[in-house]
Design a protein around this ligand. Structure first.
Ligand code: AMP
Length: 457
């Protein structure tokens, strides 16, 4: 990011004075790389494929030029019509994008509306009836509203697909195909994704016309800034280990990932019972509960947020110092998404994984994807077991495989080892190749392997 601060200013990117004032009010001093690279193309009307993760400043990269185009056109939306459509995978991300856009349009009379599942559809129908300049939506609820004739998309001249890979992961491909046929033409389309699975090529062919490709901070890059470590631990010992690590650093703001929603809830309760101020977000929580938990976490009122991947997707929480993979994710890309929540804006962060003997295959898949070995902080490295869970495609309803190397954008092994790959939890780190464990300990671990609850969030 530093290089961008020296080379570019927002003025040089061609933004209007109104937007420059909004940017200044937000405290943005200089464009981030994705903003520097994308904004001039978007202002010039080009379609764009942006490879960037949350945390890179991509919302402003599409939001600022989008608002500038809408201001230049100077016409009011007709009843039920939408001038610009932004699609995002989850309601949290939709709300976050809308909050950002509302800050950009503060000095204009442009209207920003949201539609998300789980909220009152009647309120949304009412809000859309006057027409809206920018609609930020999750695909499923948007199609419900189209079917009710509450909204017209044929008037939309701008389309943004944010976190497109996550939308594919969540099974929105059919909804996206359908929406592609409904939005207006000609139009300008911007597609942002952290990873580039094969299915994305089909999506980009369907949506984009001669796109400019802008790539910053390839996925996996976050691993360069984050101090990664792993504790080899039995499933039943994980809660106590987490409590001990949380107690070591009382100023930490920690995001803890659990594989299941029941597991997340149980863990949150265990932490609270131990006097740790914790909250949780997962699929069994209402939207209001999730929003309150995220707001409390942002304000530092709770210092530990236990989340499932789906609930935490794309949420930007500044200041997260630690990301705990209480359970390793079943797909290695999720690990990259998770640890990308820390080490924002060049600051260091800690990613701490808990790995059972059964999950060693998942850990190795993560290391293969990022090209960075994870430093061992405590516990004995179990041998690669027959029956150890391989990285799977669970949670990817479309069954889309991803090539490990392709997702990082770099061949494996080309990454630099993080400077502080070790950071002294437990027995002190031991780097590198798996060590020979005691056969008795490994057998004991196998005997104690707990049954799992695979309900996804
Ligand atoms: P995003 O990737 O859009 O979710 O943005 C991540 C965070 O970076 C948000 O909290 C933004 O407010 C912040 N941000 C975006 N652009 C800039 C910038 N140019 N300078 C400083 N912070 C920024």
């Amino acid at each position: 990011m530093k290089e961008a601060y020296i080379l570019t200013t927002f003025e040089a990117l061609g933004l209007s004075n109104t937007l420059l004032r909004s940017v200044a009010a937000l405290g943005f001093e200089a464009p981030t790389p994705i903003q520097r690279d994308a904004i001039p193309h978007v202002l010039a009307g080009r379609d764009l494929m942006g490879l960037a993760q949350t945390g890179t400043g991509k919302t402003a990269a599409f939001g600022l030029p989008l608002v500038q185009h809408l201001m230049a056109e100077k016409h009011l939306p007709e009843a039920r019509a939408v001038r610009a459509l932004v699609l995002a995978p989850t309601r949290e991300l939709v709300n976050q994008i809308a909050d950002n856009l509302r800050a950009y349009v503060k000095r204009t009379d442009l209207r920003v509306a949201t539609v998300v599942g789980g909220a009152s559809i009647n309120n949304q129908v009412r809000a859309l009836s006057r027409g809206t300049d920018v609609l930020v939506a999750t695909p499923g609820r948007l199609l419900d509203l189209v079917e009710r004739r509450a909204v017209r998309l044929d008037t939309a001249r701008f389309l943004v697909l944010d976190e497109a890979d996550q939308m594919l992961d969540l099974g929105f491909i059919h909804a996206l195909r359908k929406i592609a046929t409904l939005v207006g033409s000609p139009r300008q389309t911007l597609l942002f994704s952290a990873t580039m699975p094969k299915q994305m090529e089909e999506l980009s062919r369907a949506y984009l016309n001669d796109p400019v490709r802008v790539e910053v901070s390839p996925p996996g890059k976050a691993a360069d800034l984050v101090r990664q470590s792993v504790h080899f631990v039995e499933q039943s010992a994980k809660p106590d280990l987490l409590k001990r690590l949380l107690a070591e650093d009382r100023d930490a703001l920690s995001l803890v990932f659990s594989r299941t929603k029941h597991g997340a809830e149980r863990l949150m309760k265990q932490l609270c019972a131990a006097g740790i101020n914790a909250g949780s977000i997962h699929g069994n929580k209402s939207q209001g509960q999730r929003e309150r938990a995220i707001a409390a976490f942002r304000k530092g009122e709770i210092r530990v947020l236990v989340a499932t991947d789906v609930a935490a997707r794309g949420i930007d929480i500044p200041g997260v110092s630690h990301v705990y993979n209480f359970d390793l994710p079943e797909v290695p890309e999720s690990y990259v998404h998770r640890i990308g929540r820390t080490a924002r804006a060049g600051a260091g962060g800690d990613a701490v994984a808990f790995c059972t003997a059964e999950d060693v295959g998942l850990l190795r898949a993560v290391e293969k994807l990022t090209g960075v070995p994870v430093a061992v902080a405590s516990g004995e490295v179990p041998p690669e077991q027959r029956g150890s869970r391989p990285a799977s495609r669970r949670g990817r309803p479309n069954g889309q495989p991803r090539a490990a190397g392709a997702a990082t954008g770099k061949p494996n092994g080309q990454r630099r080892q993080p400077e502080h790959a070790s950071h002294g939890h437990g027995n002190g780190p031991r780097h590198g190749a798996p060590q020979k464990p005691g056969a008795a300990a490994a057998a004991k671990r196998r005997r104690h392997r707990p049954a799992r609850d695979h309900a996804m969030a």
